[in-house]
Design a protein around this ligand. Structure first.
Ligand SMILES: Cc1ncc(COP(=O)(O)O)c(C=O)c1O
Length: 414
């Protein structure tokens, strides 16, 4: 492989804990303002008109003005103008330098790990991660790429994270609050441990979103998001994003979109821009409704456990209050009677819908032990708090009294 034949090879991104994180121009202003304005100025000419709303550009190719003047963007496999507005906006919301959208949250995770890990390297995480992330960690990456994943034993203890990191560790990956058990990890503490060993920290901010939590302000180097959940908010978009240092984002773009096309489509990016405009308001309402539902479930004699960091007796309640401005719309609880009891409750719902995904405007529930976390061994499920009767419950934007009434009648049948 001679250098002149592969003149286009990029130097891989290498984490440098001393590298300054430049401040973005459009990262100023309140969250609500940024979610409406960042990345797009309606007063700037778009060809011969001005558009109040960021235009949806469906074209996948962009004409050359002259023979040797390469346009940017040049082809939709790498970037499109609509995706660029969304990427700028998400970066500004998370407080990161740059962002790359992906076809799903799972794809954003894959793109990151594929780019930064080589055979023989390892990634440190915990069992408190979403189902497809766990499946990537125990199947595709070890089997196809010889990249191993190490699961820390006690994610509440920074020393437990420290114990798993060695000279082959390329990334520490934390999901907080986690799906489905809403475990809250101390971002600052894990960032300190990772950085002391020269390893970057990525936080999956899907359940909280930047409206409630900004991991990069707490020391994280990257944020991963499933846009399919609260960011878009109504189960009409599959998408993901990775926010981080610009050289890393461009390295991922090079490896996984430029050559492969692992990118979100412009229509989805455009729709996401519309939904992000109301993210802050939605997350506040989701949080208020979820707290009301969590308190109701907590007081219910048939419910053995409720996982929601907004409850005062949640083991990481104080930590969650420190690192989040609200506790979000996702909770889980243990129905009476194990798996059969969970089935009875879920089959009895009249308003709440049983389906995969969460973060939707309508309340939705799902059974993690059989649907998303079925690949964990029984021991791993026990360690992760995924009981047979666990129901993941995404509290929607309905009137909370109606959600509670539906739970009341469903639990009465269990
Ligand atoms: C916390 C979390 N992150 C990422 C993902 C992946 O998102 P997607 O469904 O967009 O692939 C999920 C999916 O459930 C999730 O729960």
């Amino acid at each position: 492989m001679s250098d002149d034949k592969h003149f286009f090879l990029r130097k891989p991104w290498i984490y440098d804990k001393k590298a300054a994180r430049p401040v973005r121009d459009d990262a100023a202003g309140g969250f609500e303002t940024r979610s409406l304005h960042a990345g797009f100025n309606p007063m700037q000419d778009q060809n011969d008109f001005r558009s109040f709303v960021p235009p949806l550009v469906q074209s996948i190719t962009f004409p050359y003005e002259t023979f040797d003047k390469i346009p940017c963007p040049v082809y939709g496999r790498t970037r499109t103008p609509t995706n660029t507005v969304l990427e700028e906006r998400i970066a500004a919301l998370e407080g990161g330098e740059a962002c790359l959208t992906a076809a799903s949250g799972s794809q954003a995770l894959f793109n990151l790990i594929f780019t930064i890990a080589r055979p023989g390297d390892n990634i440190v995480t915990s069992l408190n991660v979403f189902g497809e992330g766990y499946k990537q960690a125990v199947t595709i990456f070890p089997e196809r790429c010889s990249v191993q994943f190490r699961f820390v034993k006690d994610p509440a203890d920074a020393a437990s994270w420290d114990a798993q990191i060695d000279e082959k560790t390329k990334l520490v990956w934390v999901e907080t609050p986690s799906n489905p058990c809403l475990f809250v990890t101390d971002i600052q503490a894990v960032a300190d441990v990772a950085h002391a060993k020269g390893v970057p920290l990525m936080v999956d901010n899907t359940t909280a979103t930047a409206a409630l939590q900004r991991p990069m302000d707490l020391g994280a180097d990257m944020v991963m998001l499933s846009i399919s959940k609260f960011m878009a908010g109504n189960a009409t978009i599959l998408g993901g994003a990775l926010v981080g240092p610009e050289p890393l984002v461009e390295d991922i773009r090079w490896n996984t979109t430029e050559f492969v096309g692992a990118i979100m489509q412009p229509m989805e990016a455009w729709m996401t821009l519309q939904y992000v405009e109301t993210l802050s308001m939605r997350m506040q309402r989701h949080s208020a409704n979820a707290l009301a539902v969590a308190r109701y479930l907590k007081a219910h004699p048939k419910v053995a456990r409720v996982n929601y960091s907004g409850l005062e007796d949640h083991p990481q309640h104080a930590l969650a209050c420190r690192q989040m401005s609200g506790h979000g719309g996702l909770l889980s609880f243990v129905a009476p009677g194990g798996m059969q009891g969970a089935a009875t409750v879920m089959n009895s719902f009249k308003l709440v819908v049983h389906a995969v995904t969460f973060g939707t405007s309508r309340s939705i529930c799902m059974h993690p032990p059989t649907i998303t976390h079925e690949h964990l061994t029984p021991d791993e499920r026990r360690a992760a708090g995924i009981d047979d009767g666990l129901i993941r419950f995404s509290v929607g934007l309905e009137n909370p009294e109606d959600i509670i009434a539906d739970l009341e009648q469903a639990l009465a049948k269990a």
